[in-house]
Write a protein that binds this ligand. Structure first.
Ligand code: ADP
Ligand code: PMV
Ligand code: MG
Length: 385
């Protein structure tokens, strides 16, 4: 194989509305963040594949010859990937020794990599050897879509190495310039990576990681929103660890237990997403203070719904209470149970109020920073840690 050395990157995301409900076919609105995950792949002829994941302190290496027997006999058609290849997942658990029950951070990341690598090369005569490093500005496991950004990078790298998507540039970021078909292919393999990590993802996170921007996601249909205003938000990481996989499973159990109680809640969350989208369109054409009051009320309504679904947390209650004391409205973002929340700032929000809120949240032990959504992301590459 030619001497290949490339870097890919993919953004994290914030879900404005619709988390969890989107897993059950409802509408979600999500936006990419200017926090990204970066992947560097260098081909070699050592006969080994090495995986370097400094953010989660994971460094592993395998002989390519030991991975060859794990390959499925037929390659999956990425356009028809309704489910994970259960036999391959089983083989990977057996090969790595990671338990099938509640895999940890390292296990999920390694299994997602091996799954995509082995599947994408299922029909080639040999497996390529290379060293692959992934690093990120996103906190892992905090609701900002780090698993999806990781899966998108893996997918793009493996498809590019396989020659299934174009890779005309070397040593630089390739996210611009791919065709719609190539992006769909990247997205579909990233979705498989998300399945390994999440169990039953909706697909919204990998869609944002692949296409970026702000989009509506509804039952697999991705609609980019073209007329949106720039919104100022605070992102707060409560630093309470949680796993998307178990939170999504908990919501599923609750729906199963109380279907007639929970379905209307999911429906209402969907209506919140739709109403928010309409309000954003109105702000983009003729912004009025009343529009921001609507956005704030929708945030409060959705936060209560998410608590009913069982994905609230005392740390998120503290976030909402602290910001509300300053007239600012917050909700969790992503899977909840801790992790991150978003707080809407009106365009004319007083600088000193914002600084005071940030300080109070930091005093709670949280990380907190202001960002803008609806603007093109920063694509610069931070140094490898
Ligand atoms: N930079 C990274 N390096 C390696 N694995 C990562 C990285 N970022 C995320 N992951 C994988 O994604 C998992 C977190 O996914 P998840 O629970 O969905 O949280 P979120 O997507 O909200 O950050 C981690 O446990 C890890 O397996
Ligand atoms: C809860 C959910 O709606 C979003 C999960 O996002 P994150 O992994 O917490 O960043 C799950 C999904 O859409 O697959
Ligand atoms: Mg995730």
């Amino acid at each position: 194989m030619d001497n290949i050395d490339f870097i890919f990157s993919a953004p994290g995301k914030a879900i404005l509305h619709g988390e969890h409900a989107v897993v059950h076919g409802k509408v979600a609105l999500a936006v990419s963040l200017n926090l990204r995950t970066y992947l560097r792949l260098k081909s070699n002829s050592t006969g080994k594949v090495s995986l370097c994941l400094p953010n989660i302190h994971t460094f592993m290496s395998w002989d390519v010859s030991s991975l060859l027997p794990l390959r499925p006999s037929t390659a999956a058609d990425p356009k028809d990937m309704c489910e994970l290849d259960a036999v391959l997942v089983q083989r990977l658990h057996h090969f790595t020794g990671f338990p099938s029950e509640m895999p940890d951070t390292c296990a999920m990341a390694v299994l997602a990599f091996l799954y995509i690598y082995i599947s994408v090369f299922a029909e080639s005569r040999s497996l390529p050897s290379f060293s692959l490093s992934v690093w990120s500005a996103l906190p892992p496991g905090a609701g900002l879509g780090s698993s999806a950004a990781y899966s998108v990078c893996l997918s793009a790298a493996m498809l590019s190495l396989r020659g299934s998507i174009s890779s005309t540039l070397v040593g630089t970021e390739l996210t611009k310039g791919w065709s719609k078909e190539e992006l769909e292919l990247i997205n579909s393999w990233a979705f498989q990576g998300e399945r390994v990590i999440h169990g039953t993802p909706s697909g919204v996170d990998n869609a944002v990681g692949t296409w970026g921007g702000i989009l509506r996601y509804h039952a697999g249909t991705i609609t980019p929103l073209s007329r949106v205003p720039v919104l100022r938000i605070l992102l707060t990481n409560t630093k309470v660890p949680r796993s998307t996989k178990s939170l999504v499973a908990g919501v599923r159990d609750k729906i199963k237990k109380f279907p007639s109680v929970m379905h209307p809640v999911l429906e209402s969350i969907s209506a919140v997403s739709v109403t928010c989208e309409l309000t954003l369109e109105e702000i983009a054409s003729d912004p009025m203070p009343e529009h921001y009051a609507v956005l704030e009320e929708l945030i409060d309504i959705n936060q209560h719904h998410l608590q009913v679904l069982g994905v609230g947390h005392a740390s998120l209650d503290t976030l909402c209470r602290t910001t509300l004391a300053h007239g600012l409205h917050s909700k969790l973002t992503g899977a909840g149970g801790g992790g991150c929340g978003i707080t809407l700032l009106r365009p004319d929000a007083d600088c000193s109020v914002v600084q005071n809120v940030i300080q109070e949240l930091k005093d709670c032990g949280y990380d907190c920073w202001e960002t803008s959504i609806g603007v093109p992301g920063d694509r610069s590459c931070p140094p490898f840690p």
